[in-house]
Design a protein around this ligand. Structure first.
Ligand code: GTQ
Length: 351
């Protein structure tokens, strides 16, 4: 080693010489690769429905559901523009279907959830069964099942799409096919899957129809809301979450989808929540009522006032604090099933 040559120069020369061999020094990036705590590029964001809706309706004039295949405005994280994602692992969008339209049948390995935001009477068909959409319903399109959406009633219907698109892109595991017909054949009456699996009973002999995904593909709001109302009557309230329930796969007690966890919670009137943070970034859809969320990360603080049909995202390891003067109901989803499957989920509840 020649002590006269400054180390920096030796290093620079090394980096340049090995660069064309596709080699790079770990020690320059180690800290960023293995950070002491999650450093997400995502930022908190809020989409007010009154601002989004006019664009959705203009999209309704600009393109048909059939031509678009899916007429969706993607909710893009402001710091990840152009990447079609709301967190690094999750996709979210608002889909519009107008009376008389059909969004043609296809299938893909990406799992999807629909959370109905506005309007009623549209349907989604999954694996031969249709389900009619009502605001607040949580509907699943399991991986690799044929699905089409249609609308035979008389008002625009808008729903939140949540998909694991970025995750499948990360794993390079995405496949898709278009169906030969626009709308799939209906082979079972509406409600058939709910009758079999949705009443705390399941057929004695059955195979899980959708593999790792819940056999119930529509969870009606009426039921979720009733459960939350009863919880509120009985107490006690959780200081961080209010009253929060997780949607379950009745066959396993586990998550409804292998990649996405879904939740619904009620914040009672006067709720002033404590802060928490967790590794799974989460997307929220406001169902009813009004409230506030304070989200704190290393880059600062965001305070959002939200009302019905607004959407917001809490990125990984950001501290969130919910409050509501008049009370509200929130739907949310995250990639927690994956964190748990990998044994990397962490949560901190601050007091
Ligand atoms: O409804 O099948 O928002 O395939 C994005 C991709 C919706 C759907 C999206 C999709 C769909």
């Amino acid at each position: 080693m020649n002590a006269a040559i400054p180390t920096a120069q030796v290093r620079e020369q090394l980096y340049r010489d090995m660069d064309r061999h596709h080699l790079t020094p770990l020690w320059e990036v180690l800290h960023a690769l293995v950070p002491p705590s999650p450093k997400t590029p995502c930022v908190p964001a809020l989409w007010k429905y009154e601002e989004v809706r006019p664009f959705l309706m203009r999209a309704g004039d600009a393109i048909t559901a059939e031509e678009a295949v899916r007429r969706v405005l993607i909710l893009e994280n402001p710091s990840l523009r152009g990447q079609s994602c709301i967190t690094q692992s999750l996709y979210a969008g608002l889909q519009l279907i107008l009376p008389g339209e059909v969004a043609p049948s296809h299938r893909h390995t990406q799992s999807a959830l629909r959370f109905i935001v506005e309007g009623r009477g549209a349907y989604t068909a999954v694996d031969g069964e249709r389900t009619t959409m009502q605001p607040g319903d949580f509907i699943i399109t399991p991986s690799w099942t044929w699905h089409d959406h249609g609308h035979e009633a008389d008002e625009p219907v808008v729903w939140l799409d949540g998909l694991d698109i970025p995750m499948l892109r990360f794993f390079d595991a995405g496949f898709a096919q278009n169906d030969t017909s626009k709308s799939q054949q209906v082979t079972r009456p509406e409600g058939a899957s709910f009758a079999r699996y949705g009443h705390n009973m399941v057929p004695v002999r059955h195979d899980p129809p959708f593999g790792k995904t819940s056999p119930i593909f529509s969870y009606p709001y009426e039921r979720s809301r009733e459960a939350l109302e009863q919880l509120e009557r009985h107490g006690p309230v959780d200081a961080w979450d209010g009253f929060k329930l997780r949607y379950v796969n009745p066959l396993t007690g586990g998550w409804t989808m292998p990649t996405i966890g879904t939740f619904m919670q009620r914040l009672p009137a006067g709720f002033e929540g404590q802060g928490w943070r967790q590794t799974d970034g989460a997307v929220y859809s406001v169902v009813e009522g009004e409230g506030e969320v304070l989200i704190t990360g290393e880059r600062g603080e965001s305070r959002y006032a939200f009302g019905p049909r607004d959407h917001f995202v809490v990125p990984s390891w950001h501290t969130a604090r919910l409050s509501s003067r008049a009370g509200c109901v929130l739907f949310s989803f995250s990639d927690r099933p994956v964190h748990e499957a990998l044994g990397i989920h962490r949560e901190e509840r601050l007091s």
